[in-house]
Design a protein. Sequence first.
Length: 359
Amino acid sequence: MTRDSTVPASCASCGLHHCHQNVEKSLAGIALDRQAWLLDEAWAEFNAYLTQSTATKSLVLLPWRGKLLQPAGYAWRLPACARISAVPLLTLRRSLAMRRLSPQGARRQQVLEDFDRRFAAAYGARLPYNVHRLVVWQNLLPFLHLDKTLGGREYDVLLWRAPRHVLHERLGEAQARYPESRTLTDYRSSPVIVEAERRALEGANQIVTAHSQLARLYPEKTEVLNWNWPAPQGAAGGRQICFLGPTVGRRGAYVVREAMRKLGLPLAVLGKNLEDERFWDAMNVVARPFGRDCLGDVGLLLAPALTEYKPRLLMQALQRGIKVIATEACGLPPIEGLHVVDPFDSDALAEKIEALRPR
């Protein structure tokens, strides 16, 4: 092909596509076959999945890189083939902000959500254009959807907690039953974020989770991981009935109070009372803090929570031979020692406690 000499020479318009400087030819030679992992808190279950799935050209975006002063919560074990990029300054800012806040409450959730937005933006800015596939930590999902980072890419989601539209529905039902609760209306995300997360989950290529209840939300495209169980321990032999708190509505505090009032049995409560300072009045209740041996004398653990994302203490209790009463929200598969109840049925809970309590 000959070029018309009257047309100004330009790599974009010369028409000489065989030239090594031609833009279209250069772009066509770049393969869109790279993948990136956008991560936050280190989970053993997701780490095992990452190790099995990471391709040679994978980019891993992390809160923290390196072993120097590495917080345990960010200790991902990464394949040698992965390219790593981190945002340590943003991670430090989040850590400092969290330390200034109460461990519960609306303000804490607002700040966490704001940092999720900032992490999503920081990760998105580090993504090369030729990354074709993403694996996304759930918290980042609605913000990556809103800023169009997900557009034109395939993506999987590491799902570890109930999506906002599901969580809001559960908390709304609980609030209708216990309108006096101070905590069940702590925080709700904006409708824009709720809808963005829902749409992004629907558009995901695959959902990856270890949580058995969450796995049923999108069964046709969910890969269910195995929980990373602790090593079995000797039989506990404890006699104490213990509520896995803290005392807030979403942990099942109201249904436990109703059931234990009917039975008139002593109760230990793990964690702080954040509902009402007189919540357990006229009951034989002993408060105890979380700690290394907080299950030391426990024979029956009550966990009828509306939401449970990291059932680590439940798994530890079961491996010690402690009987556990929980809800489907615990996310664990059927296993000896685990008994499932409805989160609002205090009569059924009382019957189960009476049948299982240490004697």
